[in-house]
Write a protein that binds this ligand. Structure first.
Ligand SMILES: *Cc1c(COP(=O)(O)O)cnc(C)c1O
Length: 234
């Protein structure tokens, strides 16, 4: 196994502990999603040996082969990328948590598929777009209450929190207002102590934790730089 991976994972965990302690929080409340997109199943297997238990993939099709190879039940699998409606059934079959619910239409489809597939519950997060970035997915803040009401009426979908993929800033500290705003929305929408906040990536997960993240999605800091592979669906 590349010794880097174990060391990287340790270093990310140490930073999570430090950021949590700065914020007066316990590191136990923070889930680390190791973002394995573009990396092969063998790398995921190495990460599992090094102690990682939760993996994030941003494409259903790419995740599928790896999840089958590693074993559906041998890790917790999170879909963190935009979900196209024609991939919804496969996503329901493969993933434990979907972070990218951004429309009532998608939620309706997933609820129906859960019923058809006899899946009793599916944990979902609403992806919120606070920057009005048309190129990215996410539901505008103004439409979020209606989506939340719908999700709460679902029998199978479990509305577990909010996710954000904020704009990239050279100076990571500039992202803080987005994290702070998402937290305020979460606090309004969920009873105290409930509602996950999926926010923070390699370059800003410590800031996200200071601002209340309960789920961080970290790829590069664990697995190293990704080679950019352009696929048909991009
Ligand atoms: C790729 C990706 C990440 C991880 O990004 P890194 O900068 O490699 O840590 C997190 N969230 C989403 C939605 C992603 O697509």
């Amino acid at each position: 196994m590349p010794s880097d991976l174990r060391a990287n994972l340790e270093s990310v965990r140490a930073k999570i502990r430090d950021a949590a302690s700065r914020a007066g929080r316990s590191a136990d409340e923070i889930k680390l999603v190791a973002v394995s997109k573009t990396h092969p199943a063998s790398t995921i297997a190495d990460a599992i040996s090094a102690g990682a238990t939760v993996f994030g993939e941003n494409k259903v099709q790419e995740g599928e082969g790896k999840i089958i190879e590693i074993g559906r039940d041998n890790a917790e699998w999170h879909l963190i990328g935009h979900l196209q409606s024609n991939k919804a059934r496969r996503a329901v079959q493969l993933f434990d948590v979907i972070h990218s619910i951004d429309s009532i239409e998608l939620a309706t489809r997933l609820e129906r598929i859960c019923i058809e597939e006899d899946r009793p519950t599916l944990s979902v997060l609403a992806q919120v777009d606070l920057a009005g970035e048309k190129t990215k997915s996410g539901i505008p803040e103004s439409e979020l209450p209606e989506l939340a009401t719908y999700l709460r009426s679902c029998e199978r979908l479990k509305f577990d929190g909010l996710m954000i993929l904020p704009p990239y800033f050279e100076n990571a500290d500039d992202v803080r207002p987005f994290f702070r705003r998402l937290r305020a929305i979460r606090d309004e929408m969920f009873p105290e102590g409930q509602g996950e906040l999926s926010m923070g990536m390699s370059h800003d997960f410590e800031i996200a934790i200071e601002e209340g993240a309960t789920v961080v999605r970290v790829g590069t800091a664990i697995f190293g730089e990704r080679e950019f592979v352009k696929t048909k669906s991009e």
